[in-house]
Design a protein around this ligand. Structure first.
Ligand code: FES
Length: 352
């Protein structure tokens, strides 16, 4: 999904006067606030004025207000490029993120690639069956190294042929004769911390030594939900069927909000889905025809949701909109998501 960084910030009064220094986590104990640009995790410190104005936007949402009285986060959360960069750093480049499925790297030499925020990565299984993840960037002149998914015994850069093993070491640098002060051992692929939980492959882009040393990934990623999800068979009963990618011209949260409105939009926007849904008769089937039908239905719902989300994004960018309200009986999950996001943006550890 492409986050929209285009468009104007809504004409909206600022809520609250000034923010007490102890409520500016990016400006005291946790300085410097960092953002990541380009393919490698190159950190750039926010100027304090940018950090302060971005944090002011965070505090325009008040998670203490109950859902019945709460207003949704301001439109700037969905339109401001600096806010989006801040989210990447605070939410996606910290902690564990699911990026694929173990079935995609079932056997030795399997690999798949992806992009998390602005960070290109490749996940592979080496000849001994061990899983690795790396920044998918050649150490010569930064070409992307691998594309898509498949099987490889090594990664050969498509640009000038530098070649890396599946454990990340530089095996070959063609025509490098005469190169001085060059130790190939220092030019391996940059590793990323990787783990699996049930059918999911998760990676952690954090460069903080504390997080990188932390092997308690199950709790870090899912918190107390991991036991509940295990009890429901999520870590043992799901198998990989396929993957589809969609480009949606909206901020990532518009899509999350759409999913978290408790089915509020289904009777209006997914009429076919609504007419075929009968929650009382849900069963689990291992049936190819059923899977095919489900994929077709899902495609239709996806296309309908894309139209909705892109319409919402355009509306959010309008000067007529600043923030909205929740329908308390159905949109509790959306409110919860906004409260969790608020805590992440403050730098809180959600698993503690
Ligand atoms: S950029 Fe990869 S070999 Fe030159």
């Amino acid at each position: 999904m492409r986050a929209s960084n285009i468009g104007r910030v809504g004409l909206r009064p600022r809520v609250g006067e000034s923010i007490p220094p102890n409520l500016l986590p990016g400006l005291n104990s946790r300085v410097p606030v960092k953002i990541i640009f380009n393919s490698l995790p190159r950190h750039q410190t926010f100027s304090s004025s940018v950090a302060e104005s971005t944090l002011k936007l965070v505090y325009e949402f008040d998670p203490q207000i109950p859902v019945e009285e709460a207003v949704t986060p301001p439109s700037s959360w969905y339109t401001d490029p600096a806010f989006y960069s801040f989210e990447l750093d605070q939410v996606f480049y910290k902690g564990w993120q699911a990026v694929g499925y173990t079935d995609q790297i079932k056997e030795s030499y399997d690999y798949f690639t992806g992009r998390l925020g602005n960070v290109e990565f490749v996940v592979c299984r080496d000849s001994d069956g061990k899983i690795h993840a790396f920044h998918n960037v050649c150490r010569h002149h930064a070409s992307l190294l691998a594309y898509g998914s498949g099987k490889k015994t090594c990664f050969v850069c498509p640009y000038h042929g530098w070649t890396y093993s599946l454990v990340g070491s530089l095996l070959k640098a063609p025509r490098s004769t005469g190169l001085k002060k060059f130790d190939p051992r220092e030019f391996g692929l940059v590793p990323i911390k990787v783990a699996t939980w049930g059918p999911f492959v998760i990676i952690n882009l954090s460069t903080s030594q504390h997080e990188a040393d932390n092997d308690n990934y199950e709790n870090d990623w899912l918190g107390s939900s991991s036991e509940l999800l295990s009890a429901g068979g999520v870590d043992s009963s799901l198998s990989y069927v396929g993957r589809r990618e969609y480009i949606i011209e909206c901020n990532w949260k518009v899509f999350c909000d759409n999913y978290l409105d408790g089915g509020y939009h289904v009777p209006y926007a997914h009429k076919n889905l609504a007419s075929g849904l009968n929650l009382g008769t849900y069963t689990t089937e291992d049936d190819k025809d059923f899977i095919e039908r489900s994929l077709e239905d899902s495609e239709q719902v996806q296309v309908e949701d894309i139209i909705l989300c892109e319409g919402v994004q355009r509306g959010i960018e309008s000067p007529a909109y600043s923030s909205g309200r929740y329908a308390p009986t159905v949109e509790k999950a959306m409110h919860h998501f906004h409260c969790l996001l608020y805590r992440s943006l403050r730098g809180e550890n959600l698993s503690s």
